[in-house]
Structures are given as C-alpha cells and as structure tokens.
Design a protein around this ligand. Structure first.
Ligand code: CTP
Length: 375
C-alpha cells in the first residue's frame, strides 16, 4: 500500500500558507487491511479511516459514480486496484488534485502546480459536476485566494453555469450549503464569493433575493460585506450586512430558513433589516423612540446584541463613505447606559410590582433619556 498527502495540505504548502489539517490517501489497500493496522472506520459504508495515534483522516482511493440526485445519491467504489490518478481525477480543482508521497515527491497528473502559478481555479474533469456543492466551493476558494490574484478559469465558470441552470443546486441540503456560506463569509474577501456565484448564475438560484439587490445600480450590499470583513466582524454581523438592503422582512426570513442559519445570524439579520434606519437616524430620535429601540433589543439583558447591531449599521454607513466616525454608535451606547442606570431597586423598595413597576420604570427611563438628549 502507498500513502499520500492530498488536497488542501499539498496546495497550501505550495502556496506557502499554513496547513491546518492533513488529508491522507491510501492506494492499494483493503478495508480489512486498514482495520488490521488499527485504523478506525469513520462510518459503515464510507471508505475513510481515522489514524489510531494522530487522529488524522485516511481515505481509501476511490472512484465515485453518481446514482441519483443530490448528495445522498452517491455510490463509492473503493478497491485496492483504484490508482492514484483515478482518485485524483474525480476531485474538484486541479490545485486540489495533487499528492505528495512520504519522501516529499509531488504527483501532479492534472497540472495543479501550473494552475497555482497561473492563479487559476480550474476543474479537473467533467466529474466536477457530480457534486454541485463544488460550485460553492470554487466561489469560496476564489474569495480566499483573491488577495493572491486567483480567478476562476473560463471553462470552469461555464461548467458552473451549466450546473446552476440544471436545477442541481436546489438538491443541496441546507446544512452543506450553509457550511460553505459560513466559511466563505469568514474569508477576508467574502464579497468575491457572492460575485463569483452571481457570475455563474448560482446566486439567482441560491439567494434570488440578494441577486435582485445586486441588479440595482445603487446597491451597497457587496461593499457593506467587504467592510464588515475588513473590520474582522463576526459571522452573524457579516450575514446581517449581506442581507441589510432587503426591505422585506419576509425575504430575510426566507433566506434565514433556506440555509438554517444559526439563531444569532437569523436574529441579527432581521433586526438590521427592520431597525437600521433608526440607527442611522439615532441622533434625531425622540426619547420614546430610543426606549422602544432599546427594548426591542432587550438591551438590559442582552447588551451584546445592540453592539452587533451597531457594528453592522456602522459597517454599512462606512462602506457608503459616510462619516467614518459614525457618532450614532456612541450615542446609542450612551442611551443604553442611561436607560440601564435607572434605579430599579429604588422603585421596588417603594413597593411597586408588576405592571405598576413596569410603567414607573419606563417613565423614569423616559425622563433620563430626555435629559440625555438635551446634553
Ligand atoms: N474534495 C472534492 N470535492 C468536494 C470536497 C472535497 O473534490 N466536494 C476533495 C478536494 O481534493 C479537496 C479534498 O477533497 O482538496 C479535501 O477536502 P476539504 O478538506 O473539504 O477541503 P480542502 O481542499 O482541504 O480545503 P480547506 O482548506 O478549505 O479545508
């Protein structure tokens, strides 16, 4: 049996990037041999094993044939007579289809190294189309390697276009798609991910609501997302920035649900779509409007949510070239501090409870915020 390092580890080493996890490929072995050597199988009918000591993944060389629609429709053919070349040809991109043996010799039958040098994301073979998730993967790699000058090869964009038009993207599960979206949004240039998906017609299928926004000349969606990434903001703030130009809450809800986005991302996107105008106009809000906004965020119990909201609104405003200092941010923080400083204990000690306490509290906060506005 021969063991090779494959995929991202080889690619990133050649790019001079740090390698986080290593995938290994085993050629010429059977499932029984692997188990006899102490490797633990990952699943009953998936030819991947975990190394007993290092915990790294070792996959048997395999060919994949499509037997139906969607990810569930794969059958694997793993056997000791599948060669290295046969395994590599069914992978997504040439830059991901290189292998390295224990001596550090490079096996590169599909010229991945040349494509790395030419900064090209190129599919290896028509087998690319067997997994439609690869359309999202290519867009994600384009985002990740954009700072290095990578672009999608014309023939690969054409294939991505055909896959997007075929209806296959709809068959992807929410979980698989979201994993790619999440990783792509956390890259340094997430707007490239969205743009590549748009260029091949995949965005129209996956996020028609966002695609329609980008048709408008005045759209700042991509700029806001870029700004959020430039400020190293967390995933949920980036998701909210991507959705911020939707005027319709139902559209935002539909996107949230389509990908089963995590709760934090879902919530923030809805709050931004609904309340961003109030944030931009915070300096002009009345005390009553301020209270309502703070209450909506449940700022007394969940202060971080207001911070995330402010960060998303600030990123949008900055991406439009508005006042970079964004005084609305500190103004809202100050209002929250004033509302929170109202002496609840004093009111309770006066014997107030229930609705009466709620009303007195609101009244006291209103008075405090009136004073805050006059400062
Ligand atoms: N692969 C593929 N098609 C997929 C997923 C994976 O062809 N849909 C292949 C590629 O050869 C890839 C390897 O499996 O390099 C390992 O996949 P994965 O660990 O998901 O990605 P990496 O390439 O290691 O990239 P990353 O740095 O994003 O983890």
């Amino acid at each position: 049996m021969q063991i090779y390092k494959v995929g991202g580890a080889v690619r990133d080493r050649l790019l001079g990037r740090s390698v986080s996890d290593i995938d290994w490929l085993v050629v010429g072995a059977t499932v029984d041999q692997m188990q006899a050597l102490g490797y633990r199988p990952v699943g009953a009918d998936f030819p991947v094993f975990i190394h007993p000591r290092t915990g790294e993944e070792y996959a048997l060389a395999r060919t994949e044939r499509k037997s139906g629609r969607g990810y569930g429709g794969f059958t694997f053919h793993a056997s000791p007579d599948v060669t290295l070349e046969e395994d590599l040809i069914r992978r997504d991109l040439t830059i991901n289809a290189m292998a390295e043996d224990e001596l550090g010799n490079l096996y590169d039958p599909y010229h991945g190294k040349k494509d790395l040098e030419q900064r090209l994301l190129r599919h290896v073979s028509p087998a690319f189309a067997e997994d439609p998730l690869r359309v999202l993967r290519v867009a994600r790699f384009a985002a990740r390697y954009a700072p290095l000058g990578f672009r999608v090869a014309d023939e690969t964009r054409e294939l991505m276009r055909r896959i997007s038009a075929s209806g296959e993207l709809q068959a992807l599960t929410a979980e698989r798609s979201w994993k790619e979206i999440e990783r792509a949004l956390m890259e340094d240039q997430p707007q490239v991910f969205i743009q590549v998906l748009r260029d091949c017609g995949a965005l129209k299928v996956l996020m028609p609501e966002v695609d329609a926004l980008l048709d408008k000349q005045q759209s700042h969606t991509l700029q806001a997302l870029e700004q959020a990434a430039g400020e190293q903001l967390p995933l949920h703030v980036r998701w909210a920035c991507l959705l911020h130009e939707l005027t319709d809450l139902d559209q935002a809800k539909a996107l949230n649900q389509r990908f089963k986005a995590p709760r934090e991302s879902q919530e923030l996107a809805l709050l931004v779509v609904e309340c961003q105008t109030l944030c931009h106009g915070a300096l002009e809000l009345s005390a009553a409007e301020l209270i309502e906004l703070l209450q909506k965020f449940d700022v007394y119990r969940r202060p971080q949510r207001l911070e995330d909201f402010i960060a998303a609104c600030q990123a949008q405003a900055r991406s439009r070239g508005e006042n970079q200092a964004y005084p609305q941010a500190d103004y809202l923080r100050g209002a929250a501090a004033v509302a929170k400083a109202v002496d609840v204990k004093g009111l309770v000690e006066k014997g107030l409870t229930g609705q009466a306490l709620g009303e007195a509290l609101k009244e006291a906060r209103l008075t405090a915020l009136e004073a805050y506005r006059q400062r």
